[in-house]
Design a binder for this molecule. Sequence first.
Ligand SMILES: Cc1cc2nc3c(=O)[nH]c(=O)nc-3n(C[C@H](O)[C@H](O)[C@H](O)COP(=O)(O)OP(=O)(O)OC[C@H]3O[C@@H](n4cnc5c(N)ncnc54)[C@H](O)[C@@H]3O)c2cc1C
Length: 280
Amino acid sequence: MIPGVERAIPIAALSTLRVRGGTAQVATPQTVEQLRNWIEHCQQIGRPFRLLGRGSNTLIQTAPSLILRTTRLNRVEIQGDRVRAEAGVSLQRLIRQCQRQGLGGWEFLISVPGTVGGALVMNAGRGTRAPQECLGHFVESVTIWDGWVCRPLTAHDCAFHFRDSLFQRRNRVVLAATLRAIRRAPEEIEYRMHQRLRHIQRTQDCTHPNLGSVFRSGYRAAIGRCMSPVGGAAWSTRTPNWIVNPGGATAHAVWELIERTVEEHENRGFLPPIREIIIW
Ligand SMILES: Cc1cc2nc3c(=O)[nH]c(=O)nc-3n(C[C@H](O)[C@H](O)[C@H](O)COP(=O)(O)OP(=O)(O)OC[C@H]3O[C@@H](n4cnc5c(N)ncnc54)[C@H](O)[C@@H]3O)c2cc1C
């Protein structure tokens, strides 16, 4: 359909959980205009597609007909304290590039292996209790493609809530965002990044592929600890609320483990936990 650019890529390579599976058809646009043209083309011929960033919050059980991966939409423009980043910019690169110019505030995202687009959809952040910090706090505007036109949304329009945004409920393509950074000395930003990474090293299970937190709320770690692994997928013994794939798990096994865990919450009289990860 998109000659020369569409490729069959193993599903394991498309998500940080690296689940075993077949391949998916993937096209990786180089420019925002190209992305828009391809989406319009898919719409005209009725071909289902989905957007993907780094796949660090997505479990791919059933691949759509076409995945449009944003990872090459990686332009960043800085003017004063305003930073315009395209959807595919890696959060880690954004933070480091801004740090050199004395712009930050979002150092708490240094450990998040996602893109700006994915992080806006998820309203990525840290902390479940106050003071919570999230990317949405820094948004001045988000440029979206709504299927008809390309238009800016204000932060208010984006309806950011805890690990939630308008984009999870409405089919909108995030093209770019303008973020308002906080001016700080580069050394201070560096120190804050370093502190965050040290905390991560102490608390997060970096030994096996994972998707970060599986549930956004209601998960009881004591229940997770009692759950047996399913087909290679297991609750991390180091980081509560993380499922790890030490090798060979399928997306179905991960899904099954999540379902059993939800069921176990209900069996023990708790409300079902609310899922954070996106399952296709
Ligand atoms: C080791 C690890 C640590 C993590 N730590 C954190 C953490 O501290 N805090 C936190 O909040 N999260 C964390 N996460 C989860 C995840 O990294 C974040 O949610 C991240 O922002 C997802 O970005 P992504 O590009 O990988 O999104 P993807 O997984 O690629 O996509 C997520 C969703 O957004 C959609 N999407 C992606 N790009 C676009 C676009 N341009 N337009 C429209 N829709 C789009 C996708 O279709 C999908 O539904 C962690 C994950 C891992 C693996």
